[in-house]
Design a protein around this ligand. Structure first.
Ligand code: PPS
Ligand code: ADP
Length: 168
């Protein structure tokens, strides 16, 4: 789902410019430390997501906006996260990026390995991504034009402003 980390950084920068503290919990990074014991089997993905949500809650308690950039491909795991937070504190963002675009943004070459059958259970290739039925924000490509990470960040910041999340 290429673009999560890049857009998370752009959002974080935009929020810093508005005087807000943020912390990014990136699936790929957290899996090198806190979640290094977890695989990509469905139950381990659920545990990865659950732990990240619990850490996000700790940040939220400290008044820090936590940006969790992870695939979280299954609806039930995302719904379980939502249930951990008070109403309105969990904002689900769906990055609706076509698979062929993701495959063209493949700096680590993982899609290629998955297509060659060298990685099994790879999201989008031989493991499903379940798009949300209902979420707070959808980030989409506009027609054939690529939307920049900065534009995507602005969409999220506008949402937060409109809903009053950024009031002092
Ligand atoms: N089987 C499989 N499926 C999907 N992704 C895989 C897999 N194996 C390794 N990777 C790499 O792990 C990154 C995704 O980790 P996440 O913690 O975000 O995944 S999940 O939320 O637990 O599904 C993902 O990182 P991003 O490239 O940042 O998306 C991949 O680089
Ligand atoms: N909106 C965008 N337009 C063009 N390239 C992008 C965009 N978002 C991300 N990229 C590029 O795609 C690649 C993967 O992005 P990344 O943020 O690491 O994805 P993810 O965290 O989902 O794996 C990077 O090389 C990044 O520069």
């Amino acid at each position: 789902m290429k673009g999560k980390s890049t857009v998370a950084c752009a959002l974080s920068q935009g929020l810093h410019m508005r005087g807000r503290l943020t912390y990014i919990l990136d699936g790929d990074n957290v899996r090198h430390g806190l979640n290094r014991d977890l695989s990509f089997e469905a139950e381990d993905r659920a545990e990865n997501i659950r732990r990240i949500a619990e850490v996000a809650k700790l940040f939220a308690d400290a008044g820090i906006i936590c940006i969790a950039s992870l695939i979280s491909p299954y609806r039930k795991d995302r719904d379980a996260c939502r249930a951990l937070f008070p109403e309105g504190d969990f904002i689900e963002v769906y990055m609706d990026v076509p698979l062929h675009v993701c495959e063209n943004r493949d700096p680590k070459g993982l899609y290629k390995l998955a297509r060659a059958g060298k990685i099994k259970g790879f999201t989008g290739v031989d493991d499903p991504y379940e798009p949300p039925l209902k979420c707070e924000i959808v980030l989409q490509q506009k027609g054939t034009d690529s939307v920049t990470p900065g534009e995507m960040a602005e969409t999220m910041i506008s949402y937060l402003e409109e809903k009053g999340y950024l009031q002092a």
